[in-house]
Design a protein around this ligand. Sequence first.
Ligand code: NAD
Length: 290
Amino acid sequence: MKIGFIGLGNMGAPMAANLAAAGHDVVGFDVAGTTALGVTPVASAVAAAAQRDIVITMLPNGDILRAVAGDIIPAMQSGATLIDCSTVDVDSARAVADQAQAAGMLTVDAPVSGGIGGAAGGTLTFMAGGSADAFAVAQPLFDIMGQKAVHCGEAGAGQAAKICNNMILGATMIATCEAFALADKLGLERQKMFDVASTSSGYSWSMNAYCPAPGVGPQSPADNGYAPGFASELMLKDLGLSQQAAEAVDADTPMGARALELYRQFVEDEGGKGRDFSAMLPRFETRGRS
Ligand code: NAD
């Protein structure tokens, strides 16, 4: 396949490199001038999109995606497929899909989970929105860059799945951290707390697979001084997108809204930027009720 890759940042560069390593002809562009192993650099997004069977974007946010899409769609060949792997708001995903489809392209919104390690190792999970035809074109590439791809529905469904999942994650991580902090104050050993909650109704991915207490449960960022992992500011971004979507469709999401407030406070006022999102535990540890 002839692939154009736009946005060669922390995630995009290893993803593009994996496609090149698998034998695809990949050209790439990033405004910051970054490159990726095996990927031929080109001078602009338009140059990365022209005469390519597939164009993949991995960009910071919806506004940038809309701007890039506006530039590249007129340059893309008819029948090509645009796959956006960025995490963006549902409205931007749908607007870009509409614009590209009107110009004769197939589109997939395919945000990922798995982080930088998953991007490097080719073990990402893709949540995809688009037609069955578009998903069928994208799937072999998802198989190279990841280990699982779920076709969630029509355009925007991938972004919807991603932000709903991460809203659960933000809220359960906070609940898990505040429960550990309460257990501390009640004199309960953390290991005992884990032994009970991880095998009882308090279990969750946050507790069982990514335990925020150092030395307890499986290896996690807590065992590495809370270096990310999944940085708190990325959780803040995703929680913001979920509340933006909730407002747009009048959904009542009080836990998501509170999680957003707490992560905003943590990132902006409490030194949480650059720390893993499970560093909510040391935050709660040092606090009282007021
Ligand atoms: P990043 O900031 O490292 O990479 C984004 C890249 O896009 C940068 O290199 C930037 O220079 C480039 N860019 C910006 N504007 C551009 C333009 N107009 N044209 C071309 N390139 C442009 O971010 P990242 O960590 O790689 O994340 C990318 C996306 O993936 C984000 O939407 C993020 O929310 C999502 N995501 C990240 C992670 C993670 O762990 N890093 C996990 C899941 C999803």
